[in-house]
Design a protein. Structure first.
Length: 334
């Protein structure tokens, strides 16, 4: 009954949504599902042919193809000034109004053992995964949180400046369950995703200085059956495959659906499955809970369960070493 009457905290009908990394995988699925809910969509990626093909799919899924609008922007989100140009182009296309929702999904992974990771790869992933979120956050929030024009000097009003618009906006990051608990093979990837969570926690508090108009959220998917995952598996160490055996592989559509459902419930840290929720429970720390009582109770339960899970995973690594020897003897992956 609660589900029947609960408020939708993420109503996108008639809103303009900008999504990065949306030419394929999770990003494209999110764009399609939000178009089905009545949103105007702007997708961002580098590859123009993929963008054109994705936009055609998104437009065909629209709730109302006569009124909804769609656009793609080709940009490298890892470039330092790329996000500023994206926000400017999106705003110009949107009749001078900034997008109502920005969802950062662009990202990359290169699984490998720490000593086998190519020089510069970790910095590259930090650029793609973390700095792209930082840059986009600054570019869009400088617009969203700019103070409204002051009233004329002869006005009797004496209210403090407020942010312009008075419309609820959402900034959504996409991290990974690896930000909660990482395993061998993700040394170059997990820190960049954990940094996103830290940024999210900071901004969720800092936006309170400006009022209640901007909500921060972060999504934590696990393994997604996407083109990116196919590429990751080319370099993924065998031990990483073993440690991930309990991680269910979800389709991009499933991940998008669960993520959107979490946003509609008003959740802050959004997971897309039970395993992700368990990992989140062990890593809440000082982060805002989605539900203070239930999340705290779940945390207590999982903290006991993890007394057994952690040693089990460590034991798998030790068993792998005993069977396969020193990592310097492993066959190198491309």
């Amino acid at each position: 009954m609660g589900g029947l009457f609960s408020k939708n905290h993420f109503d996108v009908k008639g809103k303009t949504v900008l999504i990065t990394g949306a030419s394929e995988g999770m990003g494209k699925s999110v764009a399609i599902q939000l178009a089905q809910k009545g949103a105007d969509i702007i997708i961002v990626a580098r590859n123009i042919p993929k963008l054109e093909a994705a936009l055609a799919e998104i437009q065909s899924a629209a709730a109302d193809q006569t009124t909804q609008r769609f656009k793609y922007i080709s940009a490298d989100m890892a470039a330092e000034e790329g996000t500023v140009h994206v926000v400017a182009e999106a705003t110009a296309w949107n009749n001078g109004t900034t997008p109502d929702i920005v969802w950062c999904i662009a990202g990359s992974s290169y699984p490998s053992l720490f000593l086998d990771t190519p020089p510069g790869k970790a910095r590259q992933l930090m650029d793609v995964n973390y700095w792209s979120c930082w840059d986009m956050s600054q570019a869009i929030m400088r617009e969203w949180l700019a103070p409204s024009p002051e009233p004329p000097s002869n006005s009797s009003e004496s209210q403090p400046p407020s942010t312009k618009g008075g419309v609820r906006r959402h900034l959504i990051f996409t991290s990974s369950v690896a930000a909660f608990y990482s395993v061998a093979g993700y040394a170059s990837y997990s820190p960049s995703k954990a940094a996103i969570k830290s940024l999210s926690d900071t901004l969720a508090q800092e936006v309170l200085l400006y009022g209640e108009e901007v909500k921060i959220h972060t999504i934590f998917p696990g393994t997604i059956a996407s083109p990116g995952n196919v590429t990751e598996n080319l370099t993924k160490p065998d031990i990483t495959h073993i440690l991930e055996e309990s991680d269910p592989v979800l389709t991009p559509d499933e991940v998008a659906l669960k993520a959107i459902q979490g946003l509609e419930k008003g959740e802050y840290l959004v997971t897309v499955g039970l395993l992700g929720s368990a990992m989140r429970a062990c890593a809440w720390g000082g982060s805002r809970r989605n539900g203070r009582v239930l999340d705290t109770l779940f945390t207590w339960i999982i903290s006991i369960v993890w007394l057994f899970i952690g040693p089990q995973l460590d034991g798998q690594v030790t068993a792998f070493r005993r069977k396969h020897g020193h990592p310097s003897t492993y066959a190198k992956k491309v």
